[in-house]
Design a protein around this ligand. Structure first.
Ligand SMILES: [Zn+2]
Length: 448
């Protein structure tokens, strides 16, 4: 007699439930209407299922991609894409329709690029989700980002900065005079570094004003008052500066340097009036951040070279899973290559790798199964921390910057001569402490 085969349970019954929240309409009633319509679809529960699956794996981005017969699914976990089981076309197409409905997008239009948002409640957390859909030859592609409403980070130490480095940064932010520049590559947490970095400064006895573009207001930082300029009316930080100066602020927080005239005016506030300026720019390391400012605003290079005091750069790196990481004894040549003094480190760690198949048998030759690590779902990494580079700008670097043709390499060289510790050296500290692995460090240092 043939054994009765049990149907496997669908994914959405195996993961924790989520609540979907429709958005994008002018009023709640219309949003509710969209949600009700979406609920009629047989793909409504699978839609919640795939979002829950992503959050369960600690993913924060999700990509759905149509092929001829299936809809592929990928999760971005700690900055690395991970493939999961695809859906059949019918279910997958239904998921596209449900997502678009709850984001108030045009479900019928499967060609144009469309952008919208919706909400997800998962366990006790609320997420704002953005949805981008775009037609592809075989159907559609969707990218969803899941952003928690409440950040997991409350202070800059939560980002992984060393206490000594934090103190160093704070000392620059607490000086009356100077120019502090925050930087990170795209996707490396610049906005979090920016708000938590400024938050470490002492603002109770000093007046901080933030110069923000009207159409792009920043998240509020306690004790930093915003002043807005209207770029569409020809205003810039430089044009509104005179009226702000009447209030005699001590420090200017400038999320966007905007134009050379503004950079010049702000740097003159540092160089002639003894004020503090705090700004940010996207860059892969501190040297590149400096070069980008003088390349984008060449007319301001001289004043900037005089004003800049410190550059902070951060890069996110995955942490080895503490439950399954494996220790190994590094060869002395490797330690030497990494610049770790002999005797300092007995072992390094790497991600868990299962033994070769021929070793996966018991004495009788029967296969044995290795259980997947539950903490990291077998990825070997869990969560991320930051590598922080703090470049104190001294005369050597200043001279390179002021010289016109500044290159990132020339700045790195000058900084090294002055005893600066590079991003790579900061990363090696994390490897030596067993927080991350060498291959992971190499991966993030290579990232564009
Ligand atoms: Zn693990």
């Amino acid at each position: 007699m043939a054994e009765k085969q049990e149907e496997p349970r669908p994914l959405h019954e195996l993961v924790p439930p989520v609540t979907l929240i429709a958005k994008g309409c002018d009023n709640d009633q219309q949003n509710q209407g969209n949600l009700l319509a979406a609920k009629q679809s047989p793909a409504f529960l699978p839609t919640g299922g795939v979002l829950s699956h992503c959050l369960t794996k600690r993913g924060w981005r999700l990509m759905l991609d149509c092929t001829q017969h299936a809809v592929g699914v990928k999760f971005d976990v700690d900055g690395v894409w991970m493939d999961v089981d695809p859906y059949d076309r019918q279910t997958g197409d239904g998921i596209f329709a449900v997502l678009k409905k709850i984001a108030n997008l045009n479900v019928q239009d499967r060609k144009s690029r469309q952008e919208g948002s919706f909400g997800v409640n998962f366990k006790d957390r609320k997420f704002n989700c953005t949805l981008t859909t775009q037609g592809v030859p075989t159907g559609e592609r969707a990218m969803i980002t899941l952003v928690p409403k409440k950040s997991r980070f409350e202070k800059i130490l939560d980002l992984g900065i060393r206490e000594k480095a934090r103190q160093q940064l704070k000392s620059f932010l607490d000086q009356d005079q100077g120019f502090v520049l925050f930087s990170a590559a795209p996707g490396n947490g610049l906005s979090t570094l920016w708000s938590l970095g400024i938050d470490t400064s002492d603002r109770f006895v000093r007046d901080f004003v933030s110069l923000e573009e009207k159409s792009a207001p920043e998240d509020e930082i306690i004790n930093v008052g915003p002043v807005f300029f209207d770029a569409s009316a020809g205003e810039s930080p430089a044009t509104i500066l005179p009226q702000i100066l009447l209030k005699e602020p001590d420090a200017f927080v400038v999320p966007n340097l905007f134009d050379a005239e503004s950079v010049n005016s702000l740097c003159r506030q540092v160089n002639s009036e003894g004020k503090l300026v705090i700004s940010q720019i996207q860059a892969r390391d501190a040297a590149e951040a400096l070069v980008r400012v003088v390349q984008q605003y060449p007319e301001a290079a001289q004043e900037f070279a005089k004003a800049i005091t410190v550059v902070v750069n951060s890069r996110l790196i995955r942490k080895l899973c503490v439950k399954c990481k494996q220790a190994y004894q590094p060869a002395p040549q490797l330690l030497q290559k990494l610049g770790i003094p002999p005797g300092r480190v007995q072992k390094l760690y790497k991600e868990f790798t299962p033994p070769p198949p021929e070793e996966l048998v018991d004495e009788k030759g029967n296969p044995i199964e290795i259980e997947t690590c539950r903490a990291c779902s077998g990825i070997g990494y869990r969560g991320r921390t930051g590598i922080f580079e703090i470049l104190t700008v001294g005369d050597e670097v200043r001279n390179v910057l002021a010289g016109g043709q500044a290159s990132a390499d020339a700045i790195r060289k000058a900084a090294r001569a002055a005893g600066h510790r590079s991003m790579q050296e900061e990363g090696i500290l994390l490897v030596a402490q067993g927080i991350t692995s060498l291959p992971e460090l190499q991966r993030v240092l290579k990232q564009a």
